[in-house]
Design a protein around this ligand. Structure first.
Ligand code: NDP
Ligand code: ZN
Length: 353
C-alpha cells in the first residue's frame, strides 16, 4: 500500500509499505477523508516527538472498515466510522484509573503517527476497534467528520479541564481550530462571556459564530492588561489554552480569579520550565488550578460528540476552510498547514463522499 510518510525530521514523501495486519481485537480501515493537524507540522518539521523514519503521518480522518479481528463484536467490513486521534488500550490499568489516554505510558494513547503508522495511507490499523471506533452518522459528511477525530474532542477537553460552569466568564487563549472548539464547548456549557485571543480574521469571525463575545489580540499588548481592563480588574473564572507558549501561562494566571481553573491542551514545544507568577498565584495559596491534558479518545466520546453535530447543536462547517479532493493533494495540504495563510483554519483531503 502507499502512504505519505515522514522520512526523517524535515523530509516527507510517498512510500510503499505492507498493509497492516489485523489482530483479534483490531480493525483495518480505508480513509474516506483525512485532515492535517498542527501536530503533523510539529512532528515533521520541528521533530516534536523525536526523529521517525518512514513513519506514515496523520491522525485525523474518517474511514470505511475493510477488515475486523475475530473478537470484534460491533463493527464489520463496509461500516463507515469515526476514528479518534487517540486510541487507548481500554483494558489497561491507566484506563481503569480514568486516564485511558495515557495507556501504556504518558501520552501513549496517541498511537497514530507516533508509535505506529498514521492515517495518510491507503489502509491503517485501529487497535481495540470496539472501544475506539464509532459509526459515522449518515447526516455528517466525510469532511466535517474529520473534525471529530481531534479538533472537537481536544477543544472540548480544554473546557472540561477548566471545568466551565453556567454564567462563567471564560478566556480562550488561541482560536485556531482547537481553540474555536473550546469557544463552542464553553458556550455549550453555559458560559456568559467568552473572551477570545487571536488575530486571524477568519478565526475571529468563526469564534463570533461559536459564541465569543469579546476579542483580544496578543499582538496589541499584554493579554492580562487587556483582559483585566475589560473585566473591571476582576479577571475571568476559567481559562482554556489552545495557543501561545510556556510564557502564556503567566498571562493566564494573572487573568484568573481566585478559585479559577486553567485547562491547557496547547502543545508546549520549547523551553524547560513554565513560569507561574508567584504573587498572582496567591503566593502559593490562590486556589488557581492549572491543568493540562491530552484529549481522551475512544468510542463513547466519539458517539456523544457526533450527537451534538447530528442534533444541530454544533456546526463543523466553519472549520473546514480548505477542502482538496484526492490523495495527490496531501502534500499540498500539509504545506498549507505549515505556512498557515491567514484565511486558513483547517485543510482536509476528501477521498470519498
Ligand atoms: P493554530 O496554530 O491554528 O492556532 C493557534 C492559536 O494561538 C491562534 O489563534 C494564534 O493566533 C494563537 N496564538 C499564537 N501565538 C500566540 C501567543 N503568543 N499568545 C496567544 N495566542 C497565540 O493551532 P491549532 O488550533 O491547530 O492547535 C492548537 C494547539 O493544540 C497546538 O499546539 C496543537 O499542537 C495542540 N493540540 C493538542 C492536542 C491535545 O490533545 N492536547 C491535540 C491537537 C492539537 P493567530 O490568530 O494570530 O494565528
Ligand atoms: Zn490533530
Amino acid at each position: 500500500m502507499k502512504g505519505y510518510a515522514m522520512l526523517k525530521i524535515g523530509e516527507s514523501g510517498w512510500i510503499e509499505k505492507e498493509k497492516p495486519a489485523c489482530g483479534p481485537l483490531d480493525a483495518i480501515c480505508k480513509p474516506l477523508a483525512v485532515a492535517i493537524c498542527t501536530s503533523d507540522v510539529h512532528t515533521l518539521w520541528e521533530g516534536a516527538i523525536g526523529d521517525r523514519h518512514n513513519m506514515i503521518l496523520g491522525h485525523e480522518g474518517c474511514a470505511e472498515v475493510v477488515e475486523v479481528g475475530s473478537e470484534v463484536k460491533d463493527f464489520k467490513p463496509g461500516d463507515r466510522v469515526l476514528v479518534p486521534a487517540i486510541t487507548p488500550d481500554w483494558n489497561s490499568l491507566e484506563a481503569q484509573a480514568g486516564y485511558a489516554m495515557h495507556s501504556g505510558g504518558m501520552l501513549a494513547g496517541w498511537k497514530f503517527s507516533n508509535f505506529k503508522d498514521g492515517v495518510f495511507s491507503e489502509y491503517f490499523h485501529v487497535n481495540d476497534a470496539d472501544g475506539n471506533l464509532a459509526i459515522l452518522p449518515e447526516s455528517i459528511n466525510t469532511v466535517e467528520a474529520c473534525m471529530l477525530s481531534d479538533m472537537v474532542p481536544t477543544g472540548f477537553h480544554a473546557v472540561e479541564l477548566a471545568d466551565v460552569q453556567f454564567g462563567d466568564t471564560v478566556l480562550v487563549i488561541g482560536i485556531g481550530p482547537v481553540g474555536l472548539m473550546s469557544v463552542a464547548g464553553a458556550a455549550l456549557r453555559g458560559a456568559s462571556r467568552i473572551i477570545a485571543v487571536g488575530t486571524r480574521q477568519v478565526c475571529i469571525d468563526a469564534a463570533k459564530g461559536y459564541g465569543a463575545t469579546d476579542f483580544v489580540s496578543y499582538k496589541d499588548g499584554s493579554i492580562e492588561e487587556q483582559v483585566l481592563a475589560m473585566t473591571d480588574g476582576k479577571g475571568v473564572d476559567r481559562v482554556c489554552m489552545a495557543g501561545g507558549d510556556c510564557s502564556t501561562f503567566e498571562a493566564a494566571v494573572k487573568c484568573l480569579k481566585p478559585g479559577g481553573k486553567i485547562g491547557n491542551v496547547n502543545y508546549l514545544g520549547s523551553g524547560d520550565y513554565i513560569n507561574i507568577p508567584r504573587v498572582e498565584w496567591g503566593v502559593g495559596m490562590g486556589h488557581k488550578d492549572i491543568r493540562g491534558g491530552l484529549m481522551p479518545g475512544g468510542r463513547l466520546r466519539m458517539e456523544k460528540l457526533a450527537a451534538l453535530v447530528t442534533t444541530g447543536r454544533l456546526d463543523l462547517a466553519p472549520l473546514c476552510t480548505h477542502v482538496f479532493e484526492g490523495w495527490e493533494h496531501v502534500e499540498e495540504a500539509l504545506l498549507l498547514m505549515k505556512q498557515k495563510p491567514r484565511e486558513l483554519i483547517k485543510p482536509i483531503v476528501k477521498l470519498a463522499d
